[in-house]
Ligand binder design. Structure first.
Ligand SMILES: [Fe+2]
Length: 265
């Protein structure tokens, strides 16, 4: 299995963009944030210059970990032609993942998304608590460690990256391994269904895609052999605390109910 989470060769610097430029004639930032809040993702309908994309990103967010991703490049995971199963990138310190398509090269329709809520809807409160013991190690990130499940502001968050999982050594270890394997299976199963039902998201040259990493896992189909697709990718920590709060209000209903039931017992 491959996931997008090794990031072994990624730089850790933040991008520096002059955010003061007026972008009102290029993008409606408020409408894009509204779309993100209601749908959990946004794809630009038409091509735009990269500079306009940069200005838009800087106007709505702190931009983290900018990377150029060229299929066939040196990163053995991110720049390979292999597919990636559903995973998260950054929700332990940022809100969204954004990609700008510099060159589709006939392979710009490979990304698919999976609702995190659907994956965790079958989990009990006990299982969520157990998954909260499972560590995720991300040594090159701004925040280098998180957990599969965490509770913040009385809400459940999920971060999934199978290749980065760390199960603690404890008397419960065997049960935790079993649980994390079942979770992995469910992620891949629901992801495969979402891939079939929702299809991949197409990105042509000059289009961009933003996905709420709190709400969706993302993955990709394998790229064609010899593909030279070129994407720019970054993470977004939204500027506006109110918008961040609105986005983070997303909460799987079942998880809330399980939490409440647990507390009542
Ligand atoms: Fe990813």
């Amino acid at each position: 299995m491959q996931t997008a989470t090794s990031f072994a060769t990624e730089p850790s610097t933040d991008i520096s963009i002059d955010a003061r430029t007026d972008i009102s004639t290029e993008f409606d930032a408020a409408a894009i944030l509204d779309a993100l809040a209601s749908h959990g993702y946004y794809r630009s309908p038409t091509p735009a210059p990269f500079a306009a994309f940069e200005r838009l990103m800087a106007s709505i967010a702190s931009v983290k970990r900018p990377m150029e991703l060229r299929t066939g490049g040196r990163n053995p995971v991110l720049e390979s032609e292999r597919g990636m199963t559903p995973h998260n990138d950054c929700n332990h310190y940022a809100d969204c993942v954004a990609w700008y398509c510099r060159r589709a090269d006939g392979a710009g329709d490979r990304t698919f998304i999976t609702e995190i809520a659907e994956v965790i809807s079958a989990l009990s409160g006990d299982e969520l608590d157990a998954l909260a013991q499972i560590g995720i190690r991300l040594p090159l990130h701004e925040v280098a460690r998180t957990r599969v499940v965490r509770r913040e502001d009385d809400r459940v968050r999920v971060f999934w990256s199978f290749s980065a999982v760390q199960v603690p050594r404890s008397p419960e270890r065997a049960r935790l391994i079993e649980l994390v394997q079942a979770f992995r299976s469910r992620v891949n199963e629901v992801g495969a269904r979402a891939r079939i039902q929702g299809g991949p998201i197409a990105l042509d040259d000059g289009q961009f895609l933003i996905i709420d990493d709190h709400r969706f896992f993302h993955g990709r189909d394998p790229l064609p052999p010899g593909s030279r697709r070129h994407l720019f990718r970054c993470y977004l920590r939204l500027h506006d605390p109110r918008l961040r709060a609105a986005k983070l209000a997303f909460q799987p209903d079942h998880a809330n109910q399980a939490d409440r039931a647990d507390r009542a017992e």
